[in-house]
Design a protein around this ligand. Structure first.
Ligand SMILES: [Zn+2]
Length: 84
């Protein structure tokens, strides 16, 4: 729910008179924040896609940590072989 920004409009003073619901997609591109207004019909699609994207990023982070851990262990192993 949003205010339209007009001082005379009821939405400016009364939160229950706000307009909407509007759906907005916000993301960063080249360091700039981009806002895209979505239709109520398209909003669930974008919401589902955003959830998938967050899941993917979480998984990638876990994979990244795991591979660093493994790499460190392998490096230690290689190191210990060199000394014995
Ligand atoms: Zn208004």
């Amino acid at each position: 729910m949003m205010k339209c920004g007009k001082a005379q409009c009821a939405c400016a003073s009364d939160p229950t008179k706000r307009h909407g619901p509007y759906f907005e997609l916000t993301y960063k591109a080249n360091g700039k924040t981009v806002n895209v207004k979505l239709s109520p019909e398209a909003a669930p699609l974008y919401r589902a896609a955003a959830q998938q994207y967050r899941k993917l990023k979480t998984l990638l982070n876990r994979l990244d940590k795991l591979s660093k851990t493994i790499l460190r262990h392998q490096a230690e192993l290689a190191e210990s072989k060199r000394h014995h």
